[in-house]
Ligand binder design. Structure first.
Ligand code: ADP
Length: 252
């Protein structure tokens, strides 16, 4: 068994390295290219061109930082012994703050709608909820057409099925108007490194780690995460996750 496990580990590591080097190379080549142009042709470029090249190089760096961040998150998930404490989190306030801090450019490119009642609190780890929402929202932006609508909503769900006792939960969701997820791809979607075929060949970059990380984080907060989508273009994806409701927890 040990040999088989080692073999599996080694295959996983190969996969990780292959995927990583591929994903690192593209933004790195971009950064390098722009810096090289600036180094060699600075005299011939006017100020506008210079600053455009610099911001392209910086954008490439941001992508690299995000990428390394996701990889570290995955390693961290496996080794995390002590988590940050659970707190009562006001969903409306929390999401508003997240949106306020989102880059202005991205916000201008989409119609973001919030549909969250006041006084809806969850019992969760704020930093982890932020990370999950960030993943879902940035996916909605990455994969949907510019100027399309993205709705972030939250509602109280009476019963969480599956347990012996009904435990009240809040369901938070991000709905976009993008290409959606074909039903046949849904079962594997939350696994490590899974990207849809159309995106492997496409121009949108990604590692296939965001949804995997989100699932681990939601589960660690006693929730679950899923996707609702017809898979038809334009009908979009609707990603939902649950978290324990705080108000009721207090009464128990
Ligand atoms: P990444 O976006 O880095 O590739 P994720 O784990 O976040 O990784 O997503 C996995 C895959 O699921 C993506 O590569 C994409 O094919 C698909 N996907 C995720 N979110 C959406 C969405 N909102 N609309 C369409 N496809 C999506």
């Amino acid at each position: 068994l040990q040999v088989a496990q080692q073999q599996q580990m080694s295959e996983l590591k190969d996969l990780l390295l292959m995927n990583l080097s591929h994903e690192l190379r593209t933004p790195l080549t971009e950064v390098y290219g722009y810096l090289e142009l600036l180094r060699d042709y600075r005299q011939q470029l006017d100020e506008t061109q210079q600053s455009a090249f610099l911001s392209s190089a910086t954008k490439g760096c941001t992508e690299l930082i995000d990428l390394i961040g996701s990889v570290l998150d995955v390693t961290d998930l496996n080794h995390r012994e002590q988590r940050e404490p659970f707190e009562s989190v006001s969903v409306a306030q929390f999401v508003q703050e997240l949106i306020d801090h989102w880059g202005i450019e991205a916000k201008q490119n989409y119609a973001i709608v919030l549909d969250i009642p006041e006084k809806l609190n969850v019992w969760a780890i704020p930093q982890q909820v932020r990370q999950v929402l960030r993943n879902l929202l940035s996916n909605a932006m990455k994969y949907s057409p510019l100027q399309s609508q993205i709705v972030i909503s939250a509602r109280y769900l009476d019963i969480e099925r599956g347990g012996t006792f009904a435990s009240p939960v809040v369901c938070i969701s991000v709905k976009d108007e993008g290409p959606g997820i074909p039903p046949s791809d849904v079962p594997l979607l939350f696994n490590k490194f899974v990207r849809l075929k159309r995106d492997l060949a496409g121009t949108v970059r990604g590692t296939g780690l965001g949804l995997y990380i989100s699932k681990q984080l939601v589960q660690a907060m006693n929730g679950r995460i899923w996707i609702e989508s017809s898979g038809k273009a334009g009908e979009g994806s609707h990603f939902c996750f649950t978290l324990p409701c705080f108000a009721v927890k207090k009464e128990m």
